[in-house]
Structure formats: C-alpha cells, structure tokens
Write a protein that binds this ligand. Structure first.
Ligand code: SF4
Ligand code: SF4
Length: 55
C-alpha cells in the first residue's frame, strides 16, 4: 500500500516539499513512488485539493 495522487491534483507542488522521503515527483503528472512511500500521510494532510489518498 502507498498513497496515490488522483485526478483532483491541481499541480500546486505543496506535497513535493512536504514529503520526508522524497517519494513524490513532478512529471506530466505528480506521482508518488509506491516503493519509497512510508505511508506517513503528510502529503494527504497538506494537499489543498484533497487529491491524495491511501490507494
Ligand atoms: S504518505 Fe508520506 S512518505 Fe508517502 S508520499 Fe506522502 S508524504 Fe511521502
Ligand atoms: S499537494 Fe495536492 S494538488 Fe498540490 S501537487 Fe500535490 S497532489 Fe497535486
């Protein structure tokens, strides 16, 4: 299990700065590396659009 970024993402970039393990990257879409994510939930807490959930 890992957190995943859904279609509600507005590409604000907030989650990238807040992830303690650098699991989030910006490409064509923002994505979470499931192998690196420790399921801390920080990104979901700070996302202004509620786009991040436990997948
Ligand atoms: S749940 Fe935590 S470790 Fe996983 S992507 Fe979000 S901030 Fe990073
Ligand atoms: S904080 Fe939420 S809206 Fe902002 S880039 Fe991350 S997933 Fe997208």
């Amino acid at each position: 299990m890992a957190y995943v970024i859904g279609d509600d993402c507005v590409a604000c970039g907030t989650c990238i700065d807040e992830c303690p393990v650098g699991a989030i990257s910006e490409g064509e879409k923002y994505v979470i590396n499931a192998d690196a994510c420790t399921e801390c939930g920080t990104c979901a807490d700070v996302c202004p659009s509620g786009a991040i959930s436990l997948g």
